[in-house]
Design a protein around this ligand. Structure first.
Ligand SMILES: Nc1ncnc2c1ncn2[C@@H]1O[C@H](COP(=O)(O)OP(=O)(O)O)[C@@H](O)[C@H]1O
Ligand SMILES: CC(C)(COP(=O)(O)O)[C@@H](O)C(=O)NCCC(=O)O
Length: 307
């Protein structure tokens, strides 16, 4: 990645040494919590890569809080808590939601007295009825498939300190927004927001999602590997779908498995890969931190933005 001239580049061994004197209390409980949502996560990577990231985020939140105080004093206003927002971006199926949940567990352990919340921008996709009405069902995940105005409005309310802000919820199993289901974001100290579009500029808005994020992470890997992870996740979804008639993949799961996999390959080639190349990868160099993964999701390189 020779084009990343404004980044410090680290091999994993170099990165892990940055914070070797300090530790995040990785109790049996927190390890259990991590294993519970994904038992394939490398615990070595948790120690070598994510623990230093948590320390870095600690430093960032401290300087962020100082700056908020300085600003309110300058304006002669009362101090108020401003949530620190972490954006996580990258391709469909690169591991954004897994990384986001991992950071949520680690940050909750590290900042025991702080409230950490997590949402995904998938919830701001238009629902299937609306995607069909706009004839863009085959553009799901592309910028025009999101209600960016609502997403920006949501972030603005969270940042302004409003209580009980509602975020709609998307389900991969149902392949649609779940009606009347919401995540309630209530004045967190830290909000993690993950989604393919957290570093994108919406075509019809003057404001980026990243104008509301205070630290951004891009998860990167070779396209062919991401396709493999997409297909593996698809197979897991099919296995779950088998016994659930409400699942989007239920009928497909009862038919020829090879045909289903062929269909998923087409979806990757025709929708998710073009979206990665046209809209997601070009935003990589806006991130503060790039985490590069290799085979089996093992991290091999980390890039930290210089300026
Ligand atoms: N660190 C990891 N170790 C092992 N498997 C992972 C890891 N991160 C993601 N995966 C797997 O890769 C697939 C895609 O991950 P997911 O978090 O759903 O991606 P995204 O949110 O970017 O679409 C899932 O099957 C998930 O279990
Ligand atoms: C909902 C998504 C846009 C977002 O994906 P995520 O990052 O959560 O994996 C994606 O999973 C999707 O549905 N893409 C459209 C084509 C498809 O994979 O079915």
């Amino acid at each position: 990645m020779a084009d990343l001239i404004n980044y410090y580049a680290f091999k994993k061994d170099e990165w892990k040494d940055l914070y070797k004197l300090q530790t995040v209390p990785l109790t049996k409980d927190s390890l259990k919590q991590i294993k519970a949502f994904n038992d394939e996560i490398s615990m070595q990577d948790v120690r070598d890569v994510y623990v230093p990231i948590v320390h870095l985020l600690d430093l960032c939140t401290q300087s962020f809080n100082e700056w908020q105080k300085t600003k309110t004093h300058f304006l002669s206003k009362e101090d108020r808590k401003v949530p620190f927002i972490i954006g996580i971006s990258g391709s469909v199926a690169v591991g954004k939601s897994t990384t986001a949940r991992l950071l949520e567990v680690l940050l909750s352990r590290y900042f025991e007295d702080k409230k950490i919340q997590l949402i995904t921008t998938d919830g701001f996709l238009y629902n299937s009825a609306e995607l069909n009405r706009r004839h863009i069902m085959d553009r799901k995940g592309f910028p025009e498939s999101y209600d960016m105005k609502s997403l920006i409005n949501f972030l603005n309310e969270v940042k302004s300190g409003k209580s009980n802000v509602l975020a709609p919820v998307y389900s991969h199993d149902v392949y649609d927004i779940i009606p009347d289901k919401f995540d309630v974001i209530d004045q967190p100290d830290v909000l993690i927001i993950e989604g393919i579009n957290t570093l994108q500029l919406p075509s019809n808005q003057q404001i980026y999602v990243s104008d509301f994020t205070d630290f951004s992470i891009y998860i990167d890997a070779d396209d062919a590997l991401i396709e493999k992870w997409y297909l593996e996740r698809f197979e897991k979804l099919m296995d779950t779908a088998f016994q659930k008639p409400s699942n989007y993949y239920y009928e497909m799961a009862h038919k020829d498995r090879q045909k289903a996999i062929q269909k998923a390959k087409e979806v990757w080639q025709e929708i998710n890969l073009p979206n990665l190349l046209e809209n997601i990868k070009p935003t990589r160099t806006r991130a503060d931190l790039i985490i590069h993964k290799s085979d089996n999701h093992i991290i091999d390189q980390i890039f930290l933005r210089k300026y």
